[in-house]
Write a protein that binds this ligand. Sequence first.
Ligand SMILES: Nc1ncnc2c1ncn2[C@@H]1O[C@H](COP(=O)(O)OP(=O)(O)OP(=O)(O)O)[C@@H](O)[C@H]1O
Ligand SMILES: [Mg+2]
Length: 443
Amino acid sequence: MNSTIQANGTILIVDDNSANLGVLSDALSQEGFEVRVAKSGKMALDRVKYALPDLILLDVMMPEIDGFETCRRLQANPETKQIPIIFMTALSDTANKVEGFKLGAVDYITKPFQQEEVLARVKLHLKLYVLADKLEEKNTLLEQKVLEVSQAYEDSQQMQLKLIQSEKMSGLGQMAAGIAHEINNPINFISGNLGYAQEYAENLLKVLHLYQEDYPNPTPRIQSAMDEVELDFLEEDFIKVLKSINLGTQRIEEIVKSMRIFSRVDEAEVKAVNIHEGIDSTLTILHHRLKAKPEHPEIELIKEYSQLPPVECHAGQLNQVFMNVLSNAIDALDESNQQRSFAEIKQHPNRIQICTKVIDENWVAINISDNGRGVCETIEPKLFDPFFTTKPIGKGTGLGLSISYQIIVEKHGGRLYCKPVLVGKGVEFVIEIPIRQQVGQVA
Ligand SMILES: Nc1ncnc2c1ncn2[C@@H]1O[C@H](COP(=O)(O)OP(=O)(O)OP(=O)(O)O)[C@@H](O)[C@H]1O
Ligand SMILES: [Mg+2]
């Protein structure tokens, strides 16, 4: 719609009768309207192509293209559809009036013209036209505002979810650090005392052996106590028990160390770290998902670590990336296992391969691949989109890779991408990061 209607507007009068044209055009010009005339429907259609009037007075009876047809064509054109059309018809032509309204005319005036009536109707419809125009403008604005508000709402929801996810990840790190800290004291206590316990046990047994050598014939009371406790077995097993306690303690100590390395909450700053320690600590935390289960044998882990220099990074965040990529690989393997029996999986085992290498003097790369269900071409471009997930509700939020991308690309100036691999053959994720972070680059 024309939003720049003049105070009095432009009116196009279409009539094959010159006398009518003259009378109307004089009357309207005198009132300050800008008047244009057309002596046929065809001429009217031509004229509107060059300049759109604000209102059209249209005669019904004209040779060639009559008023109705002219109206039909004006209505069919999106450019001219909105222009109000007032038909001019003879007083008795009820059928024509009805037809005119059906075709979209806003009003009619009857011949012979009553000047006052013509002016009143023209002014009324121009006013309505302007008001409708304003209303539409307001409506568009309102629609835009509604769109903006709903977009803002959606953005804030996404932001909240993103925050929850990153909080979840850093919460995981903090929890790991907290548990590691809590376990650290008692485990030091056990491992510290275990050495003494072993030593005391050995000493006691030594003394016992001396007794046995010097008094080879025990009294009946001692003999029956020895039989009751199965002394020979006890002696043998006691040392074994202590050894396995020792092994268990060492394992807990390793886990605690891994949890501390994984979280690195105390290292908010950029620090040069050993990347392999980070990967290994993540693998320790994921150990429960890698080991054999009733539904599948152990996931094979192939590590091809090269000699890497220390890499400057936010170690805790980088470990979150390893965690996301490795958990995705395990998920993909779990999915591929769903259609396979234990025996089939054993024949073609689940495998995760981790290779690290120096690309050049400034960059290192970590490639993590799996032989899980793979990624098809249609979803590959969406992998790093926030909220893109193929996992059921409650299992995946679709934020793991987008947050990893943010950490690697935006925070560390690195690269994270997925190498195209055929469906069913698994997927390879490549993490490339600079060995040194330039000052100011890291947010
Ligand atoms: N190794 C992989 N093999 C096959 N598909 C993968 C692999 N890694 C990621 N994908 C696909 O990418 C999607 C997005 O991964 P992303 O880690 O961002 O989210 P998610 O794992 O679905 O959920 P979240 O990590 O938030 O719990 C996954 O749903 C999965 O379809
Ligand atoms: Mg994930």
